[in-house]
Ligand binder design. Structure first.
Ligand SMILES: Nc1ncnc2c1ncn2[C@@H]1O[C@H](COP(=O)(O)OP(=O)(O)O)[C@@H](O)[C@H]1O
Ligand SMILES: [Mg+2]
Length: 190
């Protein structure tokens, strides 16, 4: 079984600025990897490289055993939750979550079933009709997570998922992310 994510000798430069130097990572399906480091050390850059939002300057990157080094972000089967959440401000919570499925041509009944499932999982059912501006930081965080969850991706990337939350919510979300990880199981390991 190939690792779900394999990074070999990855380099990332911005012009003459060397940001990532010889990064090597290998993680299996069901694994949980946390990147820790001071601000500016390159955590977001690495996530962006994995997601394909930034081209890499050297090395190789495989997902599910497939070379993804030059594959476009939409074809990498990755869901990313950004630090800023990047929700669509004019859309309701429900639309924010289903929009990606709509764009990909997923049929209506599947969209609704998936929405209901993640709304229940993240306990955001009462919020589905609201807009992002009418939500607290923690609620926005959950919506951003819901949007990622309906994707059913091979890999979830979370960029500082706890940084915008107050102390109490931080503890709650930490537990929630852990539960999420356990509940997702290992769908790609067989
Ligand atoms: N588009 C860019 N152009 C030039 N330098 C950048 C760019 N994006 C990030 N950097 C630099 O790359 C380094 C790593 O940034 P980043 O990955 O955002 O760090 P972290 O997420 O660990 O705080 C920083 O020094 C930052 O200034
Ligand atoms: Mg960052």
């Amino acid at each position: 079984m190939a690792p779900i994510l394999e990074i070999q000798n990855l380099y990332k430069n911005y012009g003459s600025l060397e940001i990532l130097k010889d990064i090597n990572v290998s993680i299996d399906s069901g694994d949980f990897l946390v990147l820790v480091g001071p601000s500016g050390c390159g955590k977001s850059t690495l996530l962006n490289c994995i997601a394909g939002l930034e081209p890499i300057s050297g090395g190789k990157l495989s997902i599910g055993g497939q070379d993804m080094t030059n594959v476009s972000p939409k074809d990498r089967n990755i869901a990313m939750v950004f630090q800023s959440y990047a929700l669509y401000p004019t859309m309701s919570v429900a639309k924010n979550i289903t929009f990606g499925m709509k764009v990909r041509g997923v049929d209506q009944s599947t969209q609704e079933a998936k929405l209901a499932q993640v709304a229940q999982q993240l306990q955001i059912e009462p919020l589905l009709g609201r807009r992002p501006g009418q939500l607290s930081g923690g609620q926005r965080q959950r919506v951003a997570m819901g949007r990622a969850l309906v994707r059913d991706p091979m890999l979830f990337l979370f960029d500082e998922p706890l940084s915008n939350l107050d102390a109490k919510l931080r503890v709650e979300m930490r537990t929630e992310i852990k539960a999420l990880h356990q509940n997702l199981g290992h769908p790609w390991s067989t």
